[in-house]
Design a protein. Structure first.
Length: 388
């Protein structure tokens, strides 16, 4: 039976047999929606990861081009450690200011660079010790941050690392007349970033840098086969004190494993593949001070494969001169790296790493024992690099 009613002069048919959805029909609709969501979610997540990885790729390329432009202008790369030196009064950089500072004008950060070089009423041109809090550099350039970073935001944090090659033992800044054994050889490195060497033999307060950064002509392995930068996840906090922390991520913390000085592979023994195990002593100093050129702040090695654990000796803070620091990322299966010719490539965790039980120092001149991965990190080892 149908009846009609009139509303505002319009006839409307009303059914006397209206009924709603049954419970079974509702369940079927919900099930269909669930299936569709299940099908679409992986695609959405994949699209988001692809977007983040693309953003990281673009940023690391910008940093690489900045380094290349610096070389074109200055005829050398900046050193990993530089700035001003050497009194230890904390009114100078203590020879530790990172290469990123020198790259600022080539990263469209000229205003920040000029502010740093101008100094202020408290600190001289170039600023204070490189790990100090100072307004001109307390916020890192956005170019140095990767969207895949999972740690809490830190204004001075960064995600791009300088390739130190394959040297398990290395040096930080060296000062003639102040540091035992400071020589030009000790300032060298296996990768494209050496360290500053300072002449402090007579007047430490006004010591001058006596070496330049690496020149591309020193890269006999070829610019397209030598890595400049990679990604690396930073520590969740700037904690330079060793602490027994079960479950700390291998991608962001550094473990204390003294035996790496004779066997880099020993670093793998304190990891379950994702986290450090048991009561492993760890610290979280990497990536928190973009201005400090110490290896454990801004460097990485091509020894253990990407996304492996990192290990250092017994030194606290960020001052170890024995360490293995693989690059790490939030991308599944590998990391982005930038080569000295400006190209960017994705390096898989499964890349050939050769013999990881051999130790190489920063003064060694032998081919890398760490397979294709080690060869890509060295500038003059003469090794083959096919297959990555």
């Amino acid at each position: 039976m149908r009846r009609s009613s009139r509303r505002d002069g319009i006839a409307v048919a009303v059914s006397g047999a209206w009924r709603g959805f049954t419970l079974v029909e509702l369940l079927v609709v919900i099930a269909i929606i669930g299936v569709l969501v299940g099908l679409l979610l992986p695609a959405v997540q994949s699209a988001r990861e692809s977007s983040r990885r693309s953003a990281c790729t673009n940023k690391i390329k910008q940093v690489a081009l900045a380094a290349i432009n610096h070389h074109e202008t200055k005829k050398a790369l900046p050193s990993r450690t530089g700035g001003t030196c050497c009194t230890g009064s904390n009114t100078q950089n203590n020879a530790r200011r990172s290469a990123f500072i020198e790259l600022l004008p080539y990263m469209e950060e000229t205003v920040m660079y000029d502010d740093i070089m101008a100094g202020d009423a408290t600190y001289p041109p170039g600023g204070p010790y490189a790990y100090a809090s100072w307004t001109p550099w307390n916020t890192a350039p956005a170019t140095l941050s990767c969207p895949d970073e999972t740690a809490t935001y830190q204004a001075r944090g960064h995600n791009y690392a300088l390739c130190m090659g394959d040297s398990v033992t290395f040096q930080n800044s060296r000062r003639l007349g102040l540091d035992s054994g400071a020589t030009p050889a000790q300032a060298a490195g296996r990768g494209l970033w050496n360290i500053g060497l300072w002449d402090a033999t007579t007047t430490p307060a006004s010591a001058t840098k006596v070496n330049t950064g690496v020149k591309f002509r020193e890269c006999s392995d070829g610019l397209s086969k030598t890595i400049l930068f990679s990604e690396r996840l930073r520590g969740s906090t700037n904690n330079g004190t060793w602490a027994a922390t079960s479950g700390a991520s291998i991608k962001s913390a550094i473990a204390q494993v003294a035996s790496i000085s004779s066997n880099p592979r020993a670093c793998l023994s304190v990891s379950d593949g994702a986290n450090y195990t048991g009561a492993t002593q760890v610290k979280t100093v990497w990536g928190n001070f973009w201005t400090d050129g110490q290896a454990e702040r801004v460097g990485f090695h091509t020894i253990l494969p990407p996304n492996s654990p990192s290990c250092g000796g017994a030194t606290t803070n960020a001052d170890n001169t024995t360490a293995v620091l693989p690059p790490t990322s939030g991308h599944p299966g590998g990391v982005n790296v930038a080569f000295a010719d400006g190209a960017v490539a994705f390096i898989a965790d499964t890349i050939d790493t050769g013999t990881m039980t051999t130790v190489v120092s920063n003064t060694s001149s032998i081919p890398s024992p760490y397979g294709v991965w080690g060869a890509l990190g060295t500038k003059a080892g003469g090794e083959g690099t096919s297959g990555y």
